[in-house]
Design a protein around this ligand. Structure first.
Ligand code: PLP
Length: 393
């Protein structure tokens, strides 16, 4: 059975009514026959049938034992960190999602959890940075917004040899392209807000554990801390997942074409996309994933915020917004948006240049997307000419 067939039929038909769409159980509690005698559900924070369906579907998609659905990607990350205790250390990818950095630094450091950031694109750096207190290795691959790729299998071996858990934030790749649990990771998290939901219409997070026992621990944390996903939003994620394979294939095709076109444009300095042979870890990306995703970043020869601002305000189809992974193409300027809270020097050192622009390539016709970028570059060039002539006058 192909992946797409398996996925579509992992979403069950309702056994009670035959409803082909998963029912939304909008309820807080479940009536019991006698104290403790129920149909598997007692209170909707602990469990809800709609959420449970999503949790089963994502566990199957990621080839894990247990799936757990949260109110946001950050709530999913938060639940994983709660496996640790004071004195434990996290070893994390240096180009980490800004929200995860904020959670680790401003919430968990004061509870005595230390985080060391390393460049995980070389697995040797991970080996060198492990201390006797490291309990959790945190990877994102590809990363945001510079699309760095790390070798999941090599790092999983290092984690195992040092009795650490490996958790991979698989948001950018999605399980349609990359399944970290099959490469040795213990946990996968998702911002389902992005490709899994796929329509820019919800906020949701998921955790999948490879082993039942670890999954039960996260499930305990979910019930104890309470950051569950609501029934309607669970249904929306299921509905998004139904077309995941189809959408992701098209995102990849469009992004590859856009990245190749950008590389030929005279205004461009560098293009970051794992599908380009010039990408630092193109070979690893090829080995561990079925495709290279829908996110493309680039820097301009005129490496200024002003040039990037002019560009991101000149497109028609690419809408200026944070987030990614939806049907409509988006673009953003990390220096002024997602990475604004990071001091400029630190941000530049992490590879997020002043002119870096991130594209979330959507599902439009790719020729229209390229034409849109082309006219935006042209507009910027003309206005730079006008500015230059007024300055010289
Ligand atoms: C968006 C995102 C998150 C956070 O998810 P939310 O759903 O916004 O809480 C985590 N990791 C990555 C890679 C993301 O892109």
């Amino acid at each position: 059975m192909s992946n797409a067939t398996q996925l579509i039929h992992s979403i069950p038909v309702d056994p009670l009514t035959g409803s082909i769409s998963v029912p939304i159980y909008q309820t807080s509690t479940f009536v019991q026959e006698a104290p403790g005698v129920n149909k598997g559900y007692d209170y909707a924070r602990s469990n809800n049938p709609t959420r449970a369906t999503l949790e089963t579907v994502i566990a199957q998609l990621e080839k894990g034992s247990v799936g757990i659905a949260f109110g946001s990607g950050l709530a999913a990350i938060d639940a994983v960190v709660k496996l640790l205790k004071a004195g434990d250390e996290i070893l994390a990818v240096d180009d980490i999602y800004g929200g995860a950095f904020r959670l680790f630094t401003h919430i968990y450091e004061k509870f005595g959890i230390k985080v060391n950031y390393v460049d995980t694109t070389d697995a040797g750096n991970v080996f060198d940075a492990i201390t006797p207190h490291t309990r959790l290795i945190w990877l994102e691959t590809p990363t945001n917004p510079t699309l760095k790729v790390s070798d999941i299998e090599a790092i999983a071996k290092i984690a195992k040899a040092n009795s650490c858990l490996l958790c991979v934030d698989n948001t950018f790749a999605s399980p349609a392209l990359q399944q970290p649990l099959t490469l040795g990771a213990d946990l996968v998290i998702h911002s389902a807000t992005k490709y899994l939901g796929g329509h820019s219409d919800l906020i949701a997070g998921l955790v999948v554990a490879k082993e039942q026992e670890l999954g039960e621990k996260i499930k305990f944390i979910q019930n104890a801390s309470g950051a569950i996903l609501a029934p309607f939003d669970s249904w929306l994620v299921i509905r998004g997942i139904e077309t995941l394979h189809l959408r992701v294939q098209q995102h990849c095709r469009n992004a590859q074409a856009v990245a190749e076109w950008l590389q030929t444009h005279p205004a461009i300095d560098q293009v970051f996309y794992p599908g380009l042979p010039t990408h630092l870890n193109h070979a690893i990306a090829k080995k561990q994933s079925k495709g290279f995703g829908g996110i493309v970043s680039f820097t301009l020869k005129n490496d200024t915020e002003a040039a990037a601002t002019a560009l991101v305000t000149s497109t028609h189809y690419f809408k200026l917004a944070e987030s990614l992974g939806g049907v409509k193409s988006l673009l953003c300027h990390p220096a002024q948006m997602t990475h604004k809270s990071i001091p400029a020097e630190k941000r530049r050192a992490a590879g997020v240049a002043d002119s870096l622009v991130r594209l979330s390539v959507g599902l439009e016709e790719v020729a229209d997307l390229i034409a849109d970028l082309d006219q935006a570059f042209e507009k910027v060039k003309q206005s730079e000419k006008i500015n230059a002539s007024t300055i010289s006058v």
